[in-house]
Design a protein around this ligand. Structure first.
Ligand code: ASP
Length: 430
C-alpha cells in the first residue's frame, strides 16, 4: 500500500529541489539575461512573492479571532495578566540567554581576527532605526483601523486584548460575540489549511529565487563569521531550548523539535516570523497540544517581541566587526550590547532583514563603525532564514512553558506523533 505523504514532506522535498535549482542557476547561468529576467526576477519572484502575500493575508484576521477566543477562553483578567507577565518575562529571559551565549562563544572563537580587509569593505548606509522611546508609546494605537490596515502586530494585540476584556465584562452580549469569534476562528484555520496546499509550490519558488541570487559561494570569504553565528544558533535551539523545555515544561525536546518542522520550514523560506504566525499557531495548538487560550496570546506576541536568533546574530556581528577593525570592547560595552539587543528584539517586527537595521543601532551605541555592516551584508539573507527559524522555535518554547504553568497543554496530543498532521484538503464540489 502506498502511504500518503504529508504536506510537510512535500514541502520539504520542494524546498530541497528549489535550493538545488537555485544554486545551480547561480553557479552556471549567473550571466544569462534571459534566466535573470524571465526566471529569477520573473516566474520565481512572482510566485514566491504571491505565496508570501497569501501567508501574510492570513495573519491579521487569524490573530484577531484567535486572540478574542484566547482572552475569552482564559476568562478572567487576573489570569490574563499572569499569562502576559510570564510570557513577557520568559521572552526577555531567553533573548538574554541567547545574546550572552553568542557573546561568550564569539569572544572565545574570535572570528574576524586578522581578517583581510582589502577589497572587502563595502559601504553600508543604515536606514534610520526607530527611537526606542517610540517603541513603547506606539504599542497603543491612536487609530486601531490604521493598526489593522498596516498589520502592526503589537498595536493589534493591544487593541484586541482590550476589546476582548470588554467582551468579558459585557456578560451575555460578549458571550454571543465569543461564539461567533469561535466560528470565525475555525473557518480561518481552514483557510490556513487551504493556503498550505499551495505551500510546496510557493516554497519551491521562494527557495529557487533566493539561492539563484545568493549562491553558496558568498559564504566562503565570510566563513568564520557565518559558522560562529550558525554554531550559536544551533547551541541555542538544540541546547538551551531543550533544557528549558525539559526543566520548565517537562516535555520531551526531541518530540518538540520533530513536530516543529512545518514552522521551521516556513520560517526558513520566508525569513519572517510574522508571516509564519499562522503555521506556528497551527503547530503549537494542533501538534504540540497547547490550548488556544494560551497560544493565541503568546505566539503573536513572541513573533513580535521575541527574537533570540536575531540577538545571536547581533552579538556575533558586534564581536566580529570589533575584531576586524581592531577595536577593544570593554565589559560595559558588552553589557550595553546585551541590553540593546533585547530592546531591539522587542522593538522590531518579525520581518525579513530587520535584524540588520537594528544592528546599526547597537553599533552606534558602542561606537563601532556602522559601515562595517557592509562586510556581513552578503551572507545576511541566508543567516536571516536560519535565525528566523530559531526565533519561531523560541516563541513555541515559551508558549509550551507558559502553557504548562497554566495547565493548558494536553500531553496526549504532544506525545501522539500523528496529532494535527496536515494532509491535503479536498475542495468541496457539487
Ligand atoms: N527575519 C527575522 C524574523 O522575522 C528578523 C531578523 O532577524 O531580521 O524573525
Amino acid at each position: 500500500m502506498i502511504k500518503k505523504i504529508s504536506v510537510t514532506t512535500k514541502i520539504l522535498i520542494a524546498m530541497g529541489i528549489g535550493l538545488i535549482l537555485g544554486s545551480f542557476i547561480n553557479a552556471f547561468f549567473h550571466e544569462s539575461a534571459f534566466v535573470e529576467t524571465y526566471l529569477v526576477k520573473g516566474l520565481f519572484h512572482v510566485i514566491g512573492k504571491a505565496f508570501v502575500n497569501a501567508l501574510k493575508m492570513l495573519v491579521v484576521p487569524l490573530v484577531t479571532f484567535s486572540l478574542i477566543c484566547g482572552v475569552c477562553g482564559i476568562g478572567d483578567v487576573n489570569t490574563l495578566g499572569r499569562v502576559g507577565f510570564k510570557s513577557f518575562g520568559f521572552y526577555i529571559f531567553t533573548t538574554g540567554l541567547a545574546i550572552t551565549t553568542a557573546l561568550l562563544i564569539a569572544i572565545v572563537i574570535a572570528p574576524g581576527k586578522g581578517f583581510e580587509q582589502a577589497g572587502m569593505t563595502a559601504a553600508f548606509i543604515p536606514k534610520p532605526s526607530p527611537p526606542l522611546t517610540d517603541v513603547f508609546i506606539n504599542i497603543i494605537p491612536s487609530n486601531p483601523v490604521n493598526a489593522f490596515a498596516e498589520g502592526n502586530m503589537l498595536q493589534i494585540i493591544f487593541f484586541v486584548i482590550l476589546f476582548a476584556i470588554a467582551m468579558l465584562m459585557c456578560g451575555n452580549i460578549g458571550k454571543e460575540l465569543h461564539q461567533l469569534a469561535e466560528k470565525l476562528n475555525e473557518i480561518m484555520m481552514k483557510v490556513v489549511t487551504l493556503v498550505m496546499n499551495f505551500a510546496p509550490i510557493g516554497v519551491f519558488f521562494l527557495m529557487a529565487k533566493t539561492f539563484s541570487e545568493q549562491g553558496l559561494g558568498l559564504i566562503l570569504p565570510m566563513i568564520s563569521y557565518f559558522s560562529v553565528v550558525i554554531l550559536c544558533l544551533l547551541i541555542h535551539a538544540l541546547g538551551t531550548f531543550s533544557l528549558l523545555l525539559t526543566v520548565f515544561a517537562k516535555l520531551n525536546p526531541i518530540i518538540f523539535i520533530k513536530k516543529m518542522r512545518p514552522a521551521h520550514i516556513f520560517a526558513f523560506s520566508t525569513a519572517s516570523s510574522n508571516a509564519t504566525i499562522p503555521i506556528t499557531l497551527q503547530v503549537v495548538e494542533k501538534r504540540l497540544g497547547v490550548n488556544n487560550s494560551t497560544a493565541a496570546f503568546t505566539v503573536p506576541l513572541g513573533a513580535t517581541i521575541n527574537m533570540d536568533g536575531t540577538a545571536i546574530m547581533q552579538g556575533v556581528a558586534t564581536v566580529f566587526i570589533a575584531n576586524v577593525y581592531a577595536i577593544d570592547l570593554g565589559v560595559s560595552d558588552y553589557i550595553t550590547i546585551v541590553g540593546m539587543s533585547i530592546l531591539a528584539s522587542i522593538g522590531t517586527a518579525g520581518v525579513p532583514g530587520v535584524g540588520l537595521i537594528m544592528l546599526a543601532m547597537v553599533f552606534n551605541q558602542v561606537g563601532l563603525p556602522v559601515e562595517g555592516i557592509g562586510l556581513i551584508l552578503g551572507v545576511d539573507r541566508l543567516l536571516d532564514m536560519v535565525r528566523t527559524a530559531v526565533n519561531v522555535t523560541g516563541d513555541a518554547t515559551v508558549t509550551c512553558i507558559v502553557a504548562r504553568g497554566e495547565n493548558e497543554i494536553d500531553d496526549s496530543i504532544f506525545n501522539n506523533p500523528d496529532a494535527g498532521i496536515i494532509t491535503d484538503v479536498a475542495l468541496p464540489h457539487k
